[in-house]
Design a protein around this ligand. Sequence first.
Ligand code: TXA
Ligand code: MG
Length: 355
Amino acid sequence: MKTEIIRIDPVRPEPEKLLYCGAVIRYGGIVAFPTETVYGLGANAFCAAAADKVFEAKGRPSDNPLIVHVCDYDMAEKAADFASERQMRQFYALGNEFWPGPMTMIVKKRSCIPDNITCGLGTAGIRMPSNRIAAGLIRAAGVPVAAPSANSSGRPSPTRFSHVLEDMSGKIDVIIDGGDCSVGVESTVIDLSRDVPMILRPGAVTKEYIARVAGGCDEYDWLREKVKVDRPLSPGMKYRHYAPKAAMTVYSGEPEKVREKIISNISSEKSSGKRVGVLATEEQICYYKDADLLVSLGPENEPAEHAKRLFDALRKFDEDGADVIFAHSLGFRGVDGAVMNRMFRAAGGRIEHIQ
Ligand code: TXA
Ligand code: MG
């Protein structure tokens, strides 16, 4: 399949280009588009056949549901039914505060959303993105847009046009080149099926923010999760995600001890002929100059920068052909919690606490 590349201005998206791409989606085609979190792979959310093409292009397991993207509340109500008045009130209260933006809410779905999109769950994740191209594209399509992240399944999520081109060229109808994603990690996924909202996947909208609006908020304890989950709350949790090709380990603990450990690992891995990569903040990275590839996540005290850089960093290790990656853990301040969650998954759960 020949994939059309269309460059759209992220600040002032050209209306005629949005109309064209919207029509491709409405009539059953697949369009990759930027959102503020990561690029998405969009299909008409009323069309089961279009959704099938998304699963196929990604190589995604058919038991992992897609998020339904909307541009306003009228459209949201075409996809969302509410299981209770409590659910509807929480949906509007949280939406009012954090939409358009990097938050997905799981509510009861309407029957017009085909079962393959939600993998037969009876619920759907709904999100109203803020990125201007994304919002304009959904409006132009005139239908809710089902979209997972636009990476091949198992690879790091795409935060730049070049990442999408790498994974999706030749597999879908259109890729929009709309610049880099401003947040860089996927949306916070919140389940509204219980009395207290529950975060299934952390993102830029943190537990503290949600609790302030909803009066409380639980978070799925992913750090305690062993690599294999028997009954995950969200199907997406059971897959090793965002994985670079190299074996990655994250080290936490006293910075000096972590440094000592990583430095000694670098020399032992190198002596056995491995290519070693290190992922750390600007302040830490200078200690690891013996590694083959150093990638910085930006200044220690700028969590938003860590989020923006993480997936690009993981792809850089792949390009470089790293065999092993050692990562210095971050804290859990603001979006750093979400970045740590992605590092944890990229490492297949290997976080070691150095005493
Ligand atoms: O920021 C984002 O959310 C990006 C952009 C494109 O919007 N999308 C994204 O989609 O990250 P995806 O498919 O890569 O991740 C969606 C996650 C998966 O972990 C999936 O299991 C979960 O949301 N999910 C979707 N619908 C669900 C449902 N009804 N119940 C439980 N989990 C659901
Ligand atoms: Mg994904």
